[in-house]
Design a protein around this ligand. Structure first.
Ligand code: ADP
Ligand code: MG
Length: 492
C-alpha cells in the first residue's frame, strides 16, 4: 500500500534478518492482530448466547418442514441404533467426497467388530461433472466396484456358494437428501465436487438398487440410507449405550442426535404409523447452516463468504470447519502484508490465492515447538513464498492461528452444549453419563483444537457436569456406521 512506502529505520534491531522492518511496520501488524483478537473473542456470555440461539433454531427446525430456520433438522427415519448385540456380515458403501469406499464387516454379537475389510475407489472426474456425469453412469460405476468387491470377499472366505442368502448393505450418502423412509430418499442438491444433474430429485436408493441388479447383485438389499453424521452416531452408540449425539468436524461440520418423537412437531405421521416403537428418532441437524447475530465474525469471514460457492449459507460451518480455517488465516496474513513489510512485501500472488494455506498447515504452525519456529518459516516459504521473516513475525503468525482455531473450537463446544441443553443433558442435577461421538480430521489431528473444545465444554458445563460428559473419537463412523445401521435394520 502506498501509505507504507515511507519507512523509518528500525531502532532496536538486535539480530540481522533478511527483511527490514520498521517499528511502524510492527505497530501496523500488531494492530491487525489485536483487532482480529477482539473481533474473534468468545467470552462466556457469547458462548452462552450462541448455545441458546442454537436451541432456538433447533426448535424452529423441528416445528415445520421447510420453515425459516437455517438449521434444517432432517428426520432420518433411524429410530433404532445398533447396541452391540448385532450379528452377521454386512456391507457398506460410503459416498461423500472424491473417493468412495466399500466395506464389509463381520459382527459377532459381543460388541466389537470381528472383521472389517475396506476398499477405497477413486471416482473418475468425468462421472462427477460434465457430459458423462449422468446418474446412470455414476451408479453403474459404483455398483460395478461393489460387485467386484463382493465377489473378491466371498471368494476369499469361501462364502460364494451361499448364493441364496440376502446380503444387506448400508449406504452413506453425504449430500442433502429428503428422506422418505429408512431406505429411501430423494437428492435435494449436490454439493462439493458433484454435479450430476439428472440425479437431483431422484431416489438414490432406487438408482443404486437398479444398478446393483444390472451387475448381478440380486441377493443384496439396501437396507439403510444415512449420512456421515448419523453413521458416526450409530458407531458411537454401538460401542457405548450412553451416546446421545454425534458431531462431524472435518472438511465440513454437522451434528446428529437422538430426539424424542413427541418433540418433533413436523413428523408427518404419528410415530406408530412409522413403525416406531422406541419413541425416539435420530435428527440430522445440518447445523452447519446455523447463523446468529451472536456469532463473532470479522471482515475476513465476510470476504470468504462473499467469494464462496454458497454465499450467505453455512455461516457456522465457515467459522468452524477444516475447509475454511486455513483460508481465514491466509486472509489475515494478506491484510498484514498490505499494512507492513513484515511478510516480505512485494510479491503477494500466493497470498491472494484462495485455499493455498490449508487447515493442516495452520495446525502444523500452531503446534510448532522448535525454538526458532522453523516449521512456521517452512510453511510460510513453501505455501506462500514468504521468506526471511523475523522470529517476532513468526510468533505473530502462530498467534493468528491460535485466535482462529480457538474461536472455531469454542463455537463448536457451544453448539454441543446447545444440543445437550435441547435434550436436557449435562445440567447440574443430571447424574447420567452422556457421550458425544466425534469424527473428522479437524478433531482427530488438530490437538490444540481438540483440547480447546474439551476445556470449553468444561467451562460451559461446570466441572461436575463435565465429568459425566465424554467426547469420543468414532474413527470412520461414516463407513462403519452404515454397516451398523444396516445390521440394526436387518430383516433376516
Ligand atoms: P471429510 O470431512 O471430507 O469426510 P475428514 O474427516 O478426513 O474428511 O477430514 C478432512 C479434513 O480434516 C480436511 O479437510 C482438513 O481440513 C482437516 N484435517 C486433516 N488433517 C488435519 C490436521 N493435521 N490438522 C488440522 N486439520 C486437519
Ligand atoms: Mg468424512
Amino acid at each position: 500500500m502506498a501509505a507504507l512506502a515511507k519507512k523509518r529505520p528500525a531502532r532496536h534491531r538486535t539480530r540481522a534478518t533478511p527483511s527490514s522492518s520498521s517499528s511502524s511496520d510492527v505497530e501496523a501488524a500488531k494492530r491487525v492482530v489485536s483487532d482480529l483478537r477482539d473481533a474473534c473473542a468468545t467470552p462466556a456470555t457469547t458462548l452462552d448466547a450462541v448455545a441458546a440461539a442454537m436451541v432456538g433454531e433447533m426448535d424452529a427446525g423441528l416445528a415445520a418442514e421447510g420453515g425459516s430456520s437455517k438449521v434444517k433438522m432432517i428426520v432420518t427415519f433411524v429410530d433404532a441404533l445398533p447396541n452391540g448385540g448385532e450379528e452377521g456380515s454386512f456391507y457398506a458403501l460410503d459416498l461423500g467426497g472424491t473417493n468412495f469406499r466399500v466395506l464389509r464387516v463381520r459382527l459377532a454379537g459381543g460388541g466389537g467388530v470381528a472383521e472389517r475389510v475396506a476398499r477405497e475407489v477413486p471416482i473418475p472426474h468425468r462421472l462427477m461433472s460434465g457430459d458423462d456425469a449422468t446418474s446412470e453412469n455414476l451408479f453403474d460405476f459404483i455398483a460395478s466396484a461393489l460387485a467386484e468387491f463382493v465377489a473378491d470377499e466371498e471368494g476369499r472366505d469361501g462364502d460364494g456358494g451361499d448364493g441364496e442368502r440376502m446380503r444387506e448393505l448400508g449406504f452413506t450418502f453425504s449430500f442433502p437428501v429428503r428422506q422418505t423412509s429408512i431406505a429411501s430418499g430423494k437428492l435435494i442438491r449436490w454439493t462439493k465436487a458433484f454435479a450430476v444433474d439428472d440425479a437431483v430429485g431422484e431416489d438414490v436408493v432406487a438408482a443404486l438398487q437398479a444398478a446393483m441388479s444390472k451387475h448381478g447383485l440380486h441377493n443384496m438389499r439396501v437396507s439403510a440410507l444415512i449420512n456421515d453424521t448419523v453413521g458416526t452416531l450409530a458407531t458411537g452408540s454401538y460401542y457405548d449405550d450412553d451416546t446421545v449425539a454425534a458431531v462431524i468436524l472435518g472438511t465440513g461440520t454437522n451434528a446428529a442426535y437422538i430426539e424424542s418423537t413427541n418433540a418433533i412437531a413436523k413428523l408427518s405421521s404419528p410415530p406408530a404409523e412409522l413403525g416406531n416403537s422406541s419413541n425416539t428418532m435420530v435428527i440430522n441437524t445440518e447445523w452447519g447452516g446455523f447463523d446468529s447475530p451472536f456469532l463473532p465474525t470479522t471482515e475476513y469471514d465476510q470476504a470468504l463468504d462473499a467469494e464462496s460457492l454458497n454465499p450467505g449459507e453455512q455461516t457456522y460451518e465457515k467459522l468452524i470447519s477444516g475447509l475454511y480455517l486455513g483460508d481465514i488465516v491466509r486472509r489475515v496474513l494478506l491484510k498484514i502484508s498490505t499494512k507492513s513489510s513484515l511478510l516480505g512485501g512485494g510479491d503477494t500472488d500466493l497470498l491472494t490465492t484462495r485455499f493455498v494455506l490449508t487447515t493442516p498447515d495452520v495446525s502444523s504452525m500452531h503446534h510448532d515447538e522448535t525454538p526458532d519456529l522453523a516449521i512456521v518459516a517452512d510453511k510460510l516459504a513453501e505455501k506462500l513464498n514468504i521468506r526471511g521473516t523475523s522470529l517476532e513475525t513468526r510468533r505473530m503468525v502462530v498467534e493468528i492461528c491460535d485466535i482462529v482455531a480457538t474461536r472455531s473450537a469454542r463455537l463448536a463446544a457451544a453448539g454441543i452444549v446447545g444440543i445437550l441443553r435441547k435434550i436436557g443433558r449435562g445440567g447440574a442435577g443430571d447424574e447420567r453419563r452422556s457421550v458425544v461421538a466425534v469424527d473428522g480430521g479437524l478433531f482427530e489431528h488438530y490437538a490444540k483444537f481438540r483440547q480447546c473444545m474439551e476445556s470449553t465444554l468444561e467451562e460451559m458445563l461446570g466441572e461436575e457436569a463435565a465429568a459425566r460428559m465424554f467426547i469420543k473419537l468414532a474413527n470412520d463412523g461414516s463407513g462403519l456406521g452404515a454397516a451398523l445401521v444396516a445390521a440394526a435394520y436387518s430383516q433376516s
